[in-house]
Design a protein around this ligand. Structure first.
Ligand code: ATP
Ligand code: MG
Length: 561
């Protein structure tokens, strides 16, 4: 069917919505693709729904191609399952919770590992029933703290989630690989500029989890990118290259009077030394136990990285109360020497290196505090934030830090969920075998906004072909003659399988129609205007802005070729 704007429920807006910060949010609202219902909850209007469907179609085709079987599970789920796995607590306030009339606890699913595990437990009993890949494209609910950025971060959103079930680790690796390849095809077809980054540090097992990131200024994720080689990583996954330590003899520890220097900045300024010569000690609680984390003074502790390394232990910052009854812990003047608590350090605090650090006395610091001589490190962890210019762990070039939107995530879960629900199948030897799982997500609705972020220009949206709401935006710019010819061309294009959006609105000026066409962002704009009587039309490429005058037949040949 030709989509006729004279009948389409579409109202484009001149002005940006007041609350919108990102380009995609502004443009998707202005072009009439989406409308806000409540915070983080969106209405998909006809044009937006078409784009959303196109993304879903591509995802579906590629999931089917790797043997994925589509199912549809409920969004309304018993809370109990999320308690079994401990995720009710992990998700915390992110979880939408409700009670039914009998008082039973439910949640609106934020992601579906729990219930998929149970579906397979119910349906698959023998190793012969596996491997299996199940997927759905479904509505997810997360009570996000900051549902800004339009559909980029919704509280209700569309996700493709799939789950693989295997009896062997090799099987899981294969399912993971198949998903990775499918994601490459999906994001390429959708028209994304994207990177695949390792999502967790080596400590957790390298390629066990990777994220697909779409670089964009509006992104909430930061990732490191090497300008010289292929290396890209989540900032939490970057491994630090530590410069070698030279064998220098250091003098004895010397105490320094450093009044009013509780921060590294005040200390470095007071002593006239670079911050990198100082040792900063952050106190945290690891499962409630006070622990010091030492990093060079010019670096910050990345609490995400620290948490990742120490999981499942819970890492928290200390509060004022934690210092009560602990006179040995002197706020702002902590040093690792003789401290008597666990000491985690960045690898730069290598044996033989000397530091200026707290003297564990108010107003005093100590110089020549040597690692391995004056204090010991209990555990080395890569916990500092990465900085632009840090060496690439692969090639040594200076790293860049860029913003991106997470559009997909693939994860080798292993047996965590199978253990929680005792998911076994009968193995070849007649004994039960514990199943191993993978979980794989794509933000379908987020992908629409992420594509808008990456492709929009000063005039408006600018869709890649595969997701555009139509192939051709046909503008009847004139009176009855133009409208008649446009209708005729539209029917011919339609008959040839070309998706047409026809602007046949009466009483709307050509100028307004052109502006709307630019804003809506269909890849080809065909204008039936001034020279309609001669059978001449104008074809404009939305992205390049290039325009050519063609006869109707030439235009048809181009657009259907
Ligand atoms: P984020 O870090 O952005 O909150 P996540 O890592 O929690 O995302 P996953 O649990 O990995 O998200 O979910 C799979 C995919 O679903 C993500 O890669 C992302 O594309 C999408 N997604 C997650 N949260 C949202 C949201 N609030 N709105 C829209 N899409 C989302
Ligand atoms: Mg993720």
């Amino acid at each position: 069917m030709v989509l006729r704007m004279s009948r389409l429920m579409l109202k484009t807006l001149r002005d940006d919505p007041a609350d919108a910060e990102t380009a995609s949010h502004k443009l998707l609202v202005r072009a009439g693709f989406v409308r806000r219902s409540s915070a983080g909850v969106w209405i998909w209007l006809p044009l937006g729904k078409r784009v959303l469907e196109n993304v879903s179609r591509v995802v579906r085709e590629e999931m089917d191609a790797i043997g994925g079987q589509e199912v549809l599970l409920p969004a309304l789920l018993p809370r109990e399952n999320y308690e079994t796995t401990g995720r009710a607590g992990e998700y915390g306030d992110l979880l939408f919770q409700l009670k039914d009339r009998k008082g039973a606890d439910y949640v609106l699913g934020p992601t579906h590992e729990e219930i998929f595990t149970q579906v397979v437990k119910d349906q698959c009993t023998s190793y012969k029933d596996l491997p299996v890949i199940l997927y759905q494209i479904q509505t997810k609910y997360r009570d996000e703290a900051r549902p800004r950025s339009g559909v980029l971060r919704g509280r209700e959103f569309q996700m493709k989630d799939s789950y693989s079930f295997d009896t062997t680790d090799e099987g899981l690796a294969e399912a993971y690989r198949a998903h990775r390849d499918a994601y490459i095809r999906i994001f390429t077809r959708l028209g994304f500029d994207y990177r695949i980054v390792s999502a967790v540090s080596g400590a957790m097992g390298g390629s066990a989890s990777e994220e697909f990131l779409a670089p964009a200024a509006a992104g909430e994720d930061t990732f490191v990118d090497c300008p010289a080689c292929e290396y890209a990583a989540n900032t939490e996954a970057v491994t630090t290259v530590v410069p070698p330590v030279e064998g220098v003899e250091h003098g004895p520890v010397e105490e320094l009077d450093t009044p009013d220097t509780p921060t590294i900045e005040t200390l470095a300024a007071h002593l006239g030394v670079p911050a990198s010569a100082t040792l900063k000690n952050l106190l945290v609680k690891v499962d409630g136990k006070i622990t010091a984390v030492g990093v060079p003074g010019d670096r910050e502790v990345d609490l995400g990285k620290l948490g990742e390394h120490l999981a499942p232990a819970v890492v928290e910052l200390v509060t004022a109360e934690d210092f009560e009854g602990r006179p040995e812990l002197v706020r702002g003047y902590v040093g690792p020497q003789g401290l008597g608590i666990d000491y985690i350090a960045d690898p730069r605090i290598a044996p033989g290196t000397a530091w200026i650090t707290g003297a564990n006395t108010s107003g005093k610091h100590a110089r020549n505090v040597v690692c391995g001589r004056d204090f010991e490190v209990d555990r080395y962890l890569d916990v500092v934030t990465v900085r632009p210019g840090d060496p690439c762990p692969r090639c040594g070039a200076g790293l860049r830090l860029d913003r991106a939107i997470e559009i997909g995530h693939i994860f080798q879960l292993g047996r965590k969920y199978a253990d929680a629900f005792q998911l076994d199948v009968l193995g070849q030897q007649g004994k039960p075998v514990r199943v191993t799982m993978g979980s794989y997500g794509i933000g379908v609705s987020r992908a629409v906004a992420a594509l808008a972020e990456q492709t929009a220009d000063g005039q408006g949206l600018c869709w890649p072909r595969e997701v555009a709401p139509a192939d051709v935006h046909l503008v009847a710019a004139g009176k009855a003659l133009q409208t008649e010819l446009a209708l005729e061309v539209a029917e011919k294009l339609h008959a040839a399988g070309v998706r047409v959006l026809l602007d046949d609105r009466a009483g709307v000026s050509p100028g307004v129609k052109f502006t709307d066409a630019e804003l809506i962002g269909v890849p080809q704009i065909l204008v039936v205007g001034r020279r309609a009587a001669e059978g001449v039309v104008e074809l404009k490429d939305r992205r390049s802005g290039e325009r050519v005058e063609l006869t109707v037949d030439e235009a048809l040949a181009r657009l259907t070729g």
